[in-house]
Design a protein around this ligand. Structure first.
Ligand code: FES
Length: 341
């Protein structure tokens, strides 16, 4: 039983008969606050969003009208999302529920992923949301546009390197740049509210990803934006000079390195034309394993796992092979490149 229900039980034992409890909601917010226990003795309340309920297209507008039906509710809050409900913006608070409709002024919006949510001001648990997204292109947004022009195709960018992001924008004074490392699921700021010069000299961060995306948006109306609709790879590589590590010029020769992203790893010359790289992190619990040049196996000092020369498990408790990295031997340049790609 929750503490609030315990509180209500105590109140009930003090007062025989009907007790009317009215919740006090001092904060107006688009976040839901479950106050259902307080409503046990109140008349039934309901709230229904009639429109926009999904599929509508509002173009060249300065406002949209929200329609609803309410029963036994005094005031409502209105929230709007431009990203299909990921982020809710409070648009109006404490609107009389009896008027049944409200004209919501809007500017700088160009989004096909809008949703509206209405909620009881004094009990935000009572709410209703557009069942599907709808489109808003406001009058002022109709004259604005932004297009990301570079990168224009799928590319691989080396961590730490310089890259120029380019875009073309109409009637936009300032822009914001964001990056996602997880295919657009979450976004991180590169820059916000910088002048719209059409270019940005970016240092590619040391965050390795095969599914990065870039986004440019109007700093004053973030729904006006453009995003790469392809994945960007951010990779790192480690270069080994064979004139320094001469043992790697001989078949069977090995050397151990430590580098960003790769951690401890062993490079082995396996033939005249090929080298291979193995992570030295044990796949059981991450201990650093040892390589034995005599039998060419890998031994974990922590719990005894043994890996064969090709990195597969000979004996547990590990049950996954060692991680291998893409390794490129360029004999003509006397170098080996280990890459995260
Ligand atoms: S960490 Fe290697 S066997 Fe457990």
């Amino acid at each position: 039983m929750s503490s609030r229900r315990q509180f209500l039980s105590k109140i009930g034992s003090l007062f025989k008969g009907f007790v009317l409890l009215k919740p006090v909601a001092a904060l107006y917010s688009c976040a839901s606050d479950h106050l259902d226990e307080f409503n046990d003795h109140l008349p039934e309340k309901s709230l229904q969003l009639l429109s926009p309920n999904g599929g509508e297209v509002f173009t060249d507008v300065e406002s949209i009208t929200i329609h609803w039906k309410a029963q036994n509710i005094h005031n409502i809050n209105i929230c709007i999302s431009f990203d299909n409900g990921l982020i809710w913006n409070t648009a109006a608070t404490n609107i009389s529920a009896n008027i049944s409709n409200y004209s919501l002024p809007l500017s700088g919006i160009n989004s096909g992923r809008c949703r509206v949510k209405i909620q009881n001001t004094s009990d935000t648990f009572i709410e209703d949301t557009s069942e599907a997204p709808f489109t808003i292109i406001t009058k002022d947004a109709a004259t604005k546009s932004i297009v990301l022009t570079e990168p224009a195709t799928q590319i691989a960018l080396k961590a730490g390197s310089a890259y120029t992001i380019r875009w073309e924008a109409q009637n936009i004074t300032h822009v914001s740049l964001h990056i996602s490392y997880d295919n657009g699921f979450s976004w991180q700021i590169i820059e916000t509210n910088i002048p719209n010069t059409g270019t940005y000299n970016w240092t590619v961060p040391f965050i390795i990803s095969s599914s990065a995306r870039l986004r440019v948006s109007d700093a004053n109306a973030t729904s006006i934006q453009d995003t790469t609709d392809f994945g960007i790879s951010i990779y790192t590589e480690f270069e080994i000079n064979l004139n320094t590590y001469t043992q790697l010029s001989t078949v069977g020769g090995t050397a151990v390195f430590n580098a960003f992203y790769f951690g401890d790893f062993l490079v082995k010359r396996v033939s005249a034309a090929e080298a291979k790289s193995f992570s030295l992190s044990c796949t059981h619990n991450g201990c650093t394993i040892n390589y034995n040049a005599m039998d060419q196996k890998f031994y974990c000092p922590c719990h005894g796992a043994v890996f064969l020369p090709d990195g597969t498990v000979e004996s547990g408790p590990a049950n996954s092979p060692l991680t291998k990295y893409n390794t490129i031997l360029i004999e003509s340049e006397s170098k080996i490149i280990v890459t995260s790609l």
